[in-house]
Design a protein around this ligand. Structure first.
Ligand code: SAM
Length: 130
C-alpha cells in the first residue's frame, strides 16, 4: 500500500512472491496498477517480459538475504541488476547487512538509512544502477 501511495497514476507495480498465501494477501489490494505473480526473484527479467514490461525503474525487496544460501542471494542480486534500467534504483529493507556483500560487485557501495523506530530496527539500502 505504501508503494502504491507514492506511485503516479500511470505507474505499474509488479509484486513477485514465492508463497501462494502471501500472493493471496496481495490480491486483496484493489488497485489497477498492482499485478501480483507467483515467481522467483532470481527470474525477474523473464517475468517482466511475460507481463509485457521492459526493465524496471525501481526494484524494492524485503527478501531476507541474510537467511539465504550465498548462491541464491547472488543469483537474486544478479537478476535485480539485469532487470533494472540504467539509472534505475534498487532498494532493500533488511534487518542485517549481508546484502551489501552480494550487491557490491554489481552496484558498488550503497547508501544506508537506519529506521530505528521499526521493530526490529531496519536498514534501508539504496543503490543506483550505473
Ligand atoms: C520478510 S518477508 C517480507 C514480506 C513483505 N514484503 C513485507 O515487507 O511485509 C520476505 C518475503 O520474501 C519472499 N521471498 C523469499 N525469497 C523469495 C524469492 N526468491 N522470490 C520471491 N519472493 C521471495 C518470502 O516468501 C516472503 O514473503
Amino acid at each position: 500500500m505504501a508503494l502504491l501511495k507514492q506511485m503516479r497514476p500511470d505507474s505499474r507495480l509488479l509484486a513477485i512472491e514465492k508463497v501462494p498465501a502471501f500472493k493471496e494477501a496481495l490480491d486483496e489490494i484493489a488497485d489497477p496498477r498492482l499485478t501480483s505473480q507467483i515467481g522467483d526473484a532470481a527470474d525477474l527479467l523473464p517475468i517482466l517480459k511475460d507481463h509485457g514490461l521492459g526493465r524496471a525503474d525501481v526494484i524494492v525487496s524485503g527478501i531476507p538475504f541474510s537467511a539465504l544460501k550465498p548462491t541464491v542471494a547472488e543469483a537474486i542480486v544478479r537478476s535485480v541488476h539485469e532487470a533494472l534500467r540504467p539509472g534505475g534504483t534498487f532498494i532493500a529493507y533488511q534487518v542485517r547487512s549481508d546484502i551489501e556483500q552480494y550487491a557490491r560487485p554489481y552496484f558498488g557501495v550503497s547508501s544506508c538509512k537506519l529506521i530505528a523506530m521499526n521493530l526490529p530496527p531496519l536498514k534501508v539500502f539504496t543503490w543506483q544502477k550505473s
